[in-house]
Design a protein around this ligand. Structure first.
Ligand code: ARG
Length: 574
């Protein structure tokens, strides 16, 4: 159930009954317990418009609104805030229902087809930290959208085309001629790229051959295509290793690389030309965008075809829009890349809308993210200043988690569980990224992310395990009746009832950090509840114990489901 929307609807109806417009009805979660659970803040605005006393208007709203089934009391505070206190009976019922429902009472939303373009590494090189962010954030949003009932189409828009493949293929064919096996030659894509680049810059013959390869590749030359395919396959395998380690849901079927659009590129240009949108400028085809003029009034220039006839990243993105519209029937498109590409997507959207490739009912949402920084505040690099290979980074995370577990095992004499080390190490890396507002840069810090305290994956994973251990000790209690009496129980139950509205916020804004903050709140409220309201202690009446166990169960289910949506695994024992 969407608690926020339900309450809001009641207040809107009240305004309608009062003969007032329902448009401006701000309802928010209260920030402090003394302000109740939710707060309706519409009285002040309305009073101003009507030139009346805000507290009187608030009183009228309180008298009119019908929330007896949900709220225990409404209280007018300050200049006309209406504090809403939820009713324990309502929460009792809600907790019981959610406990019996796999979906934790989260309603399926009216289905939309949502295309999510994420990960999308460039296959000429090793995946880097920018693709880590895109992969993790994109996958969390994908899982949330699917849980909410949407038809999600994953699109891995891999960079598998472009002039740099000329030099790479020329170098690869030389390596193969020298008896080297493609897998070995390409075992380190970063080294391979560097070697090819050095030759391209220093050997004129090689550079000529590289350029020939580009022409051949574009012409679809069979031998050249076979070589290219070999390169692409091996590079995709590198990405797949990272996906497997990361527990990310992308498969081969989700790959729709740049090359997949080659056949449509000339038609994109034709469509833009025939509609008078693209015009020739110094031999190139360009779109002038007065909407994005500079301060002197010169329109932005968006190039769709180079003067030599070559196509660009932009042309491919326009073709992708056509495919996602005509074939996938996307209602929404989300694209996760770093913030530096913001202008590109803004321009692309403008051009696509002018050309009618998408209509007003379809969204095109670039979801930018900031940079991952080292502890020195500079872009994350190895000590020698090289780009960090994702694979190495993930392996290090697991090793560090294993070291932590080993240290602990020395005290308890237990064996270190390899699966657990992986869940903690990978979970820590993913959560550290997901829990930050994606638009800002963030500092990658092993010690923080692996800490068992604070807003971290290990803290949440551990909280989950603690609750399951309480439930194990309690044994089977069936479907206990819920009866909330203590404030700590009420706060926890209210938090749990906010799961759906949290997921809706993640889905609307593509912001998994909202879910992270929510889960952290849930876990912290549980700890406070557990301290104030003992469960398994002697002398606790059976009804109270069972009711508290019900709250514990729903907390565990919420943490597990929420973490799974973030792509983070939980463990029964830790
Ligand atoms: N391959 C690009 C990069 O690494 C990201 C592609 C994002 N998607 C898109 N449709 N342009 O920067």
């Amino acid at each position: 159930m969407n608690l926020h929307a339900t309450l809001l609807q009641r207040f809107k109806s009240a305004l309608t009954t009062m003969g007032q417009p329902e448009a401006n009805a701000p309802l928010s979660r209260s920030t402090r317990a003394e302000f109740g659970d939710y707060q309706f803040n519409g009285a002040m605005g309305l009073a101003k418009a009507l030139k009346q006393n805000p507290r009187q208007i608030a009183q009228q709203i309180v008298d009119t609104v019908e929330v007896d089934d949900i709220a225990a009391k409404l209280e007018i505070a300050g200049p006309g805030f209406i504090n809403i206190y939820l009713k324990p009976a309502f929460l009792n019922m809600w907790v019981s229902e959610a406990l019996q429902d796999e979906r934790l009472s989260v309603a399926r939303q009216p289905e939309q087809t949502v295309v999510v373009d994420y990960s999308s590494p460039n296959l000429a090189k090793e995946m880097h930290v920018g693709h880590l962010r895109s992969t993790i954030i994109g996958d969390a949003v994908v899982k949330t959208l699917e849980f909410l009932g949407h038809n999600v189409v994953r699109q891995n828009h891999m960079g598998d085309w472009g002039t740099q493949f000329g030099m790479l293929l020329a170098h690869l064919s030389d390596q193969l001629a020298q008896n080297s096996v493609a897998e070995t030659a390409l075992s380190d894509l970063e080294d391979f790229y560097r070697a090819a680049k050095v030759r391209f810059d220093e050997e004129p013959d090689f550079a000529d051959r590289a350029r020939e390869y580009v022409v051949k590749l574009q012409g679809g030359d069979a031998q050249c295509m076979a070589l290219w395919q070999q390169f692409i396959d091996i590079s995709i395998q590198h990405s797949e290793e990272v996906y497997a380690l990361l527990n990310v849901s992308l498969t081969r079927d989700d790959i729709m690389g740049e090359s997949a659009y080659n056949a449509d590129l000339s038609q994109v240009i034709e469509a833009l030309k025939s509609r008078g949108i693209a015009v020739e400028d110094q031999g190139a085809q360009v779109v002038f965008l007065p909407e994005l003029a500079d301060k002197d009034g010169n329109p932005a220039v968006y190039i769709v075809q180079k003067s030599g006839g070559g196509y660009l990243y932009a042309t491919t993105d326009l073709a992708a829009i056509r495919y996602r519209n005509n074939t996938l029937h996307a209602d929404r498109t989300l694209i996760f890349t770093d913030a530096r590409q913001a202008l590109h997507f803004k321009q692309t959207e403008l051009v696509a809308r002018k050309a009618g490739f998408i209509d007003a009912s379809q969204s095109y949402e670039h979801c930018p993210f900031g940079m991952m920084l080292g502890k020195d505040g500079k872009p994350f690099k190895t000590r020698s200043g090289e780009t960090v290979k994702l694979h190495d980074l993930l392996v290090e995370g697991v090793e560090r988690a294993r070291a932590l577990l080993t240290e602990r095992a020395e005290h308890t004499g237990e064996q270190v569980d390899e699966q657990l080390a992986r869940k903690i190490g990978i979970g820590a890396i993913k959560y550290a990224d997901l829990s930050k507002n994606r638009t800002t840069d963030y500092v990658f810090d092993w010690d923080n992310m692996l800490s068992f305290e604070g807003n971290t994956a290990p803290y949440l994973q551990y909280a989950y395990t603690r609750i399951t251990s309480i439930l194990r000790k309690a044994g089977d209690v069936g479907q206990p009746a819920v009866s909330i009496t203590e404030p700590a129980e009420q706060t926890l139950a209210t938090k749990l009832a906010q799961f759906e509205e949290t997921l809706l916020a993640v889905s609307a804004e593509a912001t998994p950090h909202v879910l992270c903050a929510y889960l952290y709140d849930v876990a912290s409220h549980f700890m406070r509840f557990y301290e104030a309201c003992p469960i398994l202690k002697d002398g606790i009446a059976k009804e109270i114990r069972d009711s508290r166990l019900a709250l514990a169960m729903l907390t565990a289910n919420t943490l597990k489901t929420g973490l799974a949506l973030l792509g983070i695994e939980t463990a029964q024992r830790m």
